[in-house]
Write a protein that binds this ligand. Structure first.
Ligand SMILES: [Mg+2]
Length: 389
C-alpha cells in the first residue's frame, strides 16, 4: 500500500455577526487546513494541520515540500514517516509551520492505517482507557468591539448559564483583553451565573507578563478557578515557573508548543500542571504519544487543546481515549486525574457541518469515534462549499 496522492484543502467560513475576540485577536472567520492522502488501493486518510494561524503556509509546506517526498512511499507507517519528515526539516522547521504540516500528514496516515486494518486509531495507539470523554465548554469570549459596557456582564452571565443548562459542569472562559479589574468583574459574573459547583477555567491566551499573571492568579483563587491557561507567552518559561510557584490555581499550557523536544523543556522546567498539546500542532498523533509519555513521567495530566474542524476533534478524541489517568485511582475524577475534552461552543460550521457524523453531548460527554481510522466521514459536498483553494 503506497501513497498515490497528497492534496490540501483550505477551508474558510466567515462568521459575520458571530465574530468574537480572545485576548489576542478578532475571529472574523473559521479556517482549517485539511490534507487528504490517497493510497494506490484507494484508501483515503484525512488530517488537519495548525490551529488559527494562516493555513496557506501549511498548505505550501505539504504541497510543495513534503508531497514529493511522500508519493510512492508506504502509507501504513505514520511514526516512521513523521520521524523522516521531521529529520528532513529539522534545520529550518523545529517549531511552527513545518511541524503543523507534519501533524496533518501524520493524522491522515493513522487514519489510513486504521482503515486498512479495520480498527479505530486508538486501538492502534495501544488501546482505549475510555469510550467517551468528559467534555468542557469553551465559551464566554468577548463580543465584537466596540463593547457596550452595560451589556457586557449581563450577556456574559446569560451565555454562561446556557452551558450549564446544556449539561456541562466545567466551563472555560476568556480573560486578558480588558483591564484586570474589568476581567475580574467578568469572572465574578460568570461565577455568579453558574453557581459554586461548576468548575471554572480561565484562558489568558498569554496576555500577561508574570507579575500581572500572579496578581490575577491570586484573584482567581477567590473564585475557585480550576486552571489558569497560558498566563504568559510560551517563550517565557521563567514566567510560567513564577506564576506556578506563586498561586495555587493549577497552570495549564502547551497549545503553542511543538514536538517532544519543546515539551521536554516545558515540562522539565516545571512550567505547567496540565499539558495541552494540540494534535494538529504538536506533530500529530505519533508525537502526541511521546509528549504524553513525557508528561506522565513528570506527573502532569495531558489535556489536549482542541480547535479546528471535525477532523481535529476526531483526532483529539482518538488521542484522549489513550491517556491513562494521571495518576491512577480506582475512581478517576474528570480534570482531577482524568482527561477532559475541549468542546468550543462558538459557531463552527467546519466542525458541525463538515462530517457525516455528529459530535453531540451525551450526559456531559463526547463519544470516541469507533469506526476504522479516525472514525469519521468527510462530506465532500460540504468540503467543496467551504474550500477556498
Ligand atoms: Mg487556549
Amino acid at each position: 500500500m503506497l501513497i498515490r496522492s497528497v492534496e490540501t484543502f483550505i477551508l474558510r467560513v466567515p462568521l459575520g455577526g458571530k465574530t468574537f475576540y480572545s485576548s489576542q485577536a478578532k475571529f472574523p472567520e473559521r479556517n482549517s487546513l485539511l490534507v487528504r492522502i490517497t493510497t494506490d488501493d484507494g484508501i483515503v486518510g484525512w488530517g488537519e494541520g495548525g490551529q488559527y494561524g494562516p493555513p496557506e503556509p501549511v498548505a505550501s509546506v505539504i504541497g510543495d515540500v513534503f508531497a514529493p517526498l511522500l508519493v510512492g512511499q508506504p502509507a501504513d507507517r505514520p511514526v516512521v514517516t513523521s520521524e523522516r519528515l521531521y529529520a528532513f526539516s529539522r534545520d529550518f522547521g523545529q517549531k511552527g509551520t513545518y511541524v503543523e504540516a507534519i501533524s496533518a500528514i501524520d493524522i491522515a496516515m493513522w487514519d489510513i492505517w486504521g482503515k486498512r486494518l479495520g480498527q479505530p486509531v486508538h486501538a492502534l495507539m495501544g488501546g482505549a482507557f475510555r469510550t467517551s470523554v468528559h467534555a468542557y465548554a469553551t465559551g464566554c469570549y468577548y463580543p465584537e468591539a466596540p463593547w457596550d459596557r452595560d451589556r457586557l456582564l449581563p450577556d456574559l452571565e446569560a451565555e454562561a448559564a446556557t452551558y450549564v443548562e446544556s449539561g456541562f459542569d466545567i466551563l472555560k472562559m476568556k480573560i486578558g483583553l480588558l483591564s484586570v479589574e474589568e476581567d475580574m468583574a467578568r469572572v465574578a459574573a460568570v461565577r455568579r451565573a453558574v453557581g459554586p459547583d461548576i468548575r471554572l477555567l480561565v484562558d489568558c491566551n498569554h496576555a500577561y507578563n508574570a507579575n500581572t499573571a500572579i496578581r490575577i492568579g491570586r484573584e482567581l483563587e477567590k473564585f475557585g478557578v480550576h486552571w489558569i491557561e497560558e498566563p504568559v507567552v510560551p517563550e517565557d518559561r521563567a514566567g510560567y515557573q513564577r506564576v506556578r510557584a506563586a498561586v495555587s490555581v493549577p497552570v495549564a499550557g502547551g497549545e503553542a508548543e511543538f514536538t517532544r523536544f519543546g515539551f521536554r523543556d516545558f515540562l522539565s522546567e516545571g512550567c505547567v500542571d496540565i499539558a495541552q498539546p494540540d494534535i494538529c500542532v504538536c506533530g500529530g498523533l505519533s508525537e502526541f504519544l511521546k509528549i504524553q509519555a513525557l508528561a506522565s513521567a513528570f506527573g502532569v495530566l495531558t489535556v489536549p487543546h482542541v480547535w479546528g474542524s471535525g477532523v481535529a476533534l476526531a483526532a483529539a478524541l482518538q488521542a484522549l481515549a489513550t491517556i491513562p489517568p494521571q495518576p491512577h485511582t480506582a475512581n478517576p475524577v474528570a480534570l482531577q486525574n482524568e482527561p477532559i475534552v475541549e468542546f468550543d461552543r462558538k459557531h463552527n460550521p467546519l466542525r458541525d457541518d463538515l462530517l457525516v457524523e455528529n459530535f453531540s453531548l451525551r450526559d456531559g460527554r463526547l463519544d470516541v469515534p469507533q469506526g476504522p481510522g479516525l472514525g469519521i466521514t468527510v462530506d465532500e459536498a460540504v468540503l467543496r462549499k467551504y474550500a477556498a483553494a
